[in-house]
Design a binder for this molecule. Structure first.
Ligand code: C2E
Ligand code: CA
Ligand code: CA
Length: 575
């Protein structure tokens, strides 16, 4: 109501200005002052030092709903909520105290009371002035309802998730921090598995509806324990509950199983049926703990649950943080190693049945100060982080340099390079490889790419297309660790692979009893009957070498024959 336009209200009001022809300039001045006062947008209320209203401009009439005539001579307390009015009255008992009050000359935010009893937020600035020797208070007042509303909206937006109306992460942290002052808490991070597919396959709005159903389910689960439920970004939820110190972690585990089962139940939205799963991480926070730490622990645990294959829960343990810290340090070192050119290419010769070097395998090494680090330590992490592509290209360039150095006398020597599935599936794999070999003036026909059977789980049509393309350029393919992975023999025959590398574990097993020997024989026979060139790796003894020779294996690799050597040393031994 007090929002109505001041100008409109002013037009309605009867403006009676009686002008005496014999008026003096005093009247003129007073009229001018009146006009000025009435045209101000802020409400202006003038009182004596006892708080009796002496003037009330138009904006004040509109704001408080009183006619000026109704308030003149009344205590200004009628414009205040009751609680404030009482305080004000007491204050005004002592005019001296009032005059020196700190409220003078400052803007304050208070509540005003409308004639109809409605309270509304205002800012008020109070000044004291003296007219004709009498001190008076002049208050200028502004309605700040709109600003408050906007502030409240911002507050809501910053503390609640707009889709589910649940507290958001920030709010959850605050709530947990509060709870942790009084008790132990159990915090659960709930992440839906592969949820984004609903957004992509159906629509984002459908995804939001499903999330609302999940929010309701999780809330239902949590109410039993007086738990707090919150919604983080994407498909992540939080549950926080007070627990007594004697409740064991078994309790958490039991609850997690129940929660996972609830989330697995079918969801129907717009006649579409969804079967979903979630991964959950749970962490305990002791009374007095920091909520952000507990939340981070729960996140670490949920990460574990996801790594283990999802649709399960994981309870936080300290070693999880240690692993993350170690992995993070290693990751940072790896990225720096790329910048500092710390990756080297070593070569391990392969020989034919006469012991003559016919090829070599390029093996990456990481030189960190004096240490040479083997790939087993960093390749799996590099693969997970995608750094493997950059490392792979460093190796590819070095392999091209080796091949270039071998020409023209040793053009028959073939160099094998390990390529991880991730790098192989990368866009432009062929083009990049070709460019590197062209730049280094190396012949692609001297290159063998060692792939693992795991590559064949990927989009086999694309894998075959890339392989065909490279075969056309003269590149050969070998299946590494043959027999250890996913062996789809049909797929093997369909792609242009010409060689299998019999894994070290079969070579070792072959010397350990009849069953091991039968296994090794079978693997060799399998490779041979597929029409593949066979290479045995990890040969450490003369006995292994002799046995494999007798089985008609084509090439041999292992410490017994040649150890991996730095690129320069290896080239010197060949040239
Ligand atoms: P892999 O491809 O099976 O390579 C053979 C591994 O066996 C090499 O280990 C080699 O040094 C080792 N080896 C060779 N002969 C013997 C032996 O007689 N006895 C024993 N115990 N081991 C032997 P390395 O160099 O540590 O490489 C380990 C794995 O790291 C490789 O296994 C390969 O999967 C990966 N890797 C190496 N270099 C690269 C690379 O440039 N790119 C990619 N993506 N992976 C690589
Ligand atoms: Ca290999
Ligand atoms: Ca191997």
């Amino acid at each position: 109501m007090h929002k109505r336009s001041i100008l409109a209200r002013a037009a309605e009001m009867e403006v009676s200005v009686g002008i005496d022809t014999a008026t003096t300039t005093v009247v003129d001045n007073e009229q001018r002052l009146r006009d000025v006062l009435d045209s101000i947008f802020d409400a202006v209320v003038v009182t004596c030092i006892r708080g009796i209203i002496q003037d009330f401009n138009r904006a004040a009439e509109i704001l408080f709903g009183y006619e000026k005539s109704e308030v003149l001579g009344k205590n200004v307390a009628i414009l205040m909520p009751r609680s404030l009015a009482k305080q004000h009255d007491q204050f005004m008992q002592n005019p001296l105290q009032a005059a020196n009050a700190k409220v003078l000359g400052r803007l304050r935010e208070l509540e005003g009371a409308h004639k109809n009893g409605e309270l509304f937020p205002i800012t008020i600035g109070l000044n004291c002035t003296t007219w004709e020797g009498i001190p008076r208070y002049i208050a200028s007042i502004r309605d700040i309802s709109d600003r408050r509303k906007a502030e409240n909206t911002i507050q809501t937006l910053s503390l609640y998730d707009a889709n589910t109306n649940l507290p958001n992460r920030l709010n959850f942290m605050k709530l947990m921090q509060h709870q942790l002052q009084y008790s132990d808490v159990s915090v659960m991070a709930v992440n839906m598995d592969f949820f984004n597919r609903i957004n992509v396959a159906v629509s984002e709005s459908e995804g939001e509806q499903v999330l609302r159903v999940l929010a309701a389910r999780i809330s239902e689960f949590a109410t039993e324990f007086n738990g707090v439920v919150a919604k983080d970004i994407e498909d992540r939820f939080w549950i926080g509950m007070e627990v007594s110190t004697n409740e064991t972690l078994d309790f958490d585990a039991r609850q997690m199983r129940r929660l996972l089962a609830m989330l697995r139940e079918e969801i129907v939205v717009n006649s579409r049926h969804y079967l979903l799963t979630a991964s959950v991480g749970v962490a305990r926070g002791r009374k007095g703990a920091n909520s952000s730490e507990v939340v981070t622990h729960a996140e670490t645990a949920v990460h574990q649950a996801k790594m283990r294959g999802r649709d399960q829960f994981s309870v936080y343990r300290e070693v999880m943080t240690e692993q993350v810290v170690q992995e993070f340090e290693l990751e940072q070192q790896l990225r720096r190693a790329l910048q500092k050119n710390q990756f080297e290419c070593w070569l391990q010769s392969k020989v034919d049945s006469n012991g003559k070097v016919v090829s070599a395998e390029a093996l990456v090494r990481w030189r960190l100060q004096e240490k040479v680090i083997a790939p087993d330590v960093f390749i799996p992490l590099a693969e997970r982080l995608g750094i493997i592509n950059d490392i792979g290209w460093v190796v590819a360039r070095k392999v091209a340099q080796v091949i270039c150095a071998l020409q023209p006398d040793n053009w028959h020597l073939n160099i094998a390079m390990n390529v991880s599935p991730r790098q192989f599936m990368h866009e432009n794999f062929t083009a990049t490889l070709q460019a590197i070999f062209l730049e280094e003036n190396a012949n692609l026909q001297q290159l063998t790419i060692e792939i693992t059977e795991n590559l064949l789980i990927h989009d086999i049509i694309k894998v075959k297309a890339v392989m065909d393309e490279l075969s056309q350029l003269g590149v050969r393919f070998s299946v590494d660790d043959f027999g250890t992975g996913y062996s789809n023999l049909k797929r093997l025959q369909w792609i242009p692979v010409t060689e299998v590398k019999i894994d070290r574990q079969f070579v070792v097993a072959g010397m350990q009893g009849e069953r091991g020997k039968a296994l090794l024989d079978t693997i060799i026979m399998m490779g041979q009957s597929l029409g593949m060139h066979t290479v045995a790796e990890g040969i450490e003894t003369a006995a292994q070498f002799t046995y494999l020779q007798s089985k008609g294996v084509d090439q041999f690799q292992g410490y017994y024959l040649h150890r991996p050597e730095p690129m320069r040393t290896w080239l010197q031994s060949i040239l």
